[in-house]
Design a protein around this ligand. Structure first.
Ligand code: SAH
Length: 396
């Protein structure tokens, strides 16, 4: 028998965005709801006239409901198994599951119709992050469905939500294995090997979202002196060395990141690689570095704008960073520059980079415009899911 969920009724007209498949209900759109509804509950959303608009996870805050379906379905283990099966089918169709590639994003929140849920897979381990209380409460159902996914080969599920859940909700978040245990952490991406530290690393331990852009960097690396700023686990550095770079220098302010980068370079190329790594602030490194030292530079900073209020300062930060790099780069060099701030649009980022070019007076051309890869799909009804932006520039 179908389960009855508490009903949340919307104000007149507020059903419109749900009918256009946008997956969020804002708190201001709610007419009434029972007092018994608790954070993380599955709720049924109905229009002013009582028409069913679907079911979703309730949460206290400006986004009140994250929709799971536009029908009144049961949100149970079968539901998660079916959504995860669809997500896996897409990754397989994308050609991401191969002997020489076992690192990929399996679930990208709204982009996979599972708002509030992120799952990255590294070989036999899935790392799960919940961004909503509803997904936190569903973590055991999700873990069970992950290890049962046909052909995915997932044996261990590590749950890592201490930093992703809304801090006001006292949910007792955990960072621990829900199923299985540690059985190695070397993942393979496009034939290159990486130690992935989901226990102590940032996010799920690795930035799978730069896979395609790293491969593009590899194709530009032959014979070049490469500087990888904000290197984290050294993804771009490893691809640059693989592409025949003359030398690669990696920079990150975190000593832990530098140790990971060095370990990953060693894992692929041994001790002999032409690579050095520096634990230092990026702006300081750029200020101190000599003119014309590198002819391929990567700038992949952390999100400068974590929310809309920080946009103006963030844009100034992108401009300053890019200008500092551009002014030191020789004629004929190449700059890979990124922003992963969701609050900043493609146009705003491009304008910040344009300002940097104008400020330094360099002749700059755009060779490629980059974005997030296909295993981070954007639900067309939820353009907010698009966050990674990049430009490859030719500097003269
Ligand atoms: N390019 C990486 C991801 C970068 S994440 C990849 O492909 O995996 C951003 C990194 O910037 C983090 O590792 C963080 O430690 C580092 N970072 C943050 N602020 C910094 C600063 N001021 N100077 C140098 N590195 C910084």
């Amino acid at each position: 028998m179908k389960k009855e969920y508490s009903k949340i009724q919307l104000r007149r007209g507020k059903e419109e965005s749900l009918k256009r498949f946008h997956p969020w209900v804002f708190s201001g759109a709610i007419e009434k709801m029972p007092d018994t509804v608790e954070e993380g509950d599955v709720v049924e959303v109905v229009s002013h006239t009582g028409e069913t608009l679907g079911v979703g996870h309730f949460q206290i805050g400006s986004i009140a409901v994250r929709m799971l379906s536009d029908r009144a379905i049961d949100v149970n283990g079968d539901f998660y198994a079916s959504r995860l099966g669809e997500a896996f089918g897409l990754r397989r169709a994308l050609g991401l599951i191969r002997d020489d590639n076992n690192a990929y994003r399996l679930v990208h929140g709204e982009g996979d119709f599972l708002p509030g849920l992120i799952v990255d897979v590294y070989g036999t381990t899935a790392v799960v992050q919940a961004h909503s209380p509803g997904m936190h409460f569903a973590r055991n159902l999700i873990a069970d469905a992950l290890v049962k996914l046909p052909d995915a080969g997932i044996k261990n599920v590590y749950y890592k939500s201490e930093t992703t859940l809304p801090y006001k909700a006292s949910l007792d978040p955990q960072n621990d294995y829900i199923i299985g245990s540690f059985d190695g952490n070397v993942a393979v991406e496009n034939g290159l090997k990486f130690h992935v530290d989901w226990l102590k690393g940032q996010k799920t331990g690795f930035f799978v979202d730069q896979r395609d852009n790293r491969r593009l960097l590899q194709s530009y690396s032959a014979g070049r002196r490469v500087l990888n700023m904000f290197c984290y686990t050294g993804g771009f550095s490893v691809y640059a060395l693989n592409g025949g770079a003359r030398k690669v220098d990696s920079v990150d302010s975190s000593a832990k990141a530098i140790a990971l980068t060095e370990a990953n370079v060693k894992l692929n190329f041994g001790e002999e690689a032409q690579h050095k790594a520096w634990a230092v602030d990026a702006f300081k490194f750029l200020a101190d570095m000599p003119q014309d030292a590198y002819d391929l530079v990567v700038l992949d900073p952390p999100a400068f704008a974590k929310h809309r209020g920080a946009i103006k300062n963030a844009l100034r930060g992108y401009q300053r960073l890019n200008a500092k790099a551009m002014e030191k780069m020789p004629k004929g060099s190449i700059l890979f520059t990124f922003s992963c701030s969701q609050a900043i649009t493609k146009e705003q980022f491009r304008l910040a980079v344009f300002s940097a070019a104008a400020q330094t007076g360099r002749r700059v051309r755009i060779l490629h415009q980059l974005t997030q890869p296909a295993d981070h799909p954007v639900n067309i009804y939820h353009p907010e899911g698009e966050y990674l932006k990049g430009l490859i520039l030719y500097i003269e």
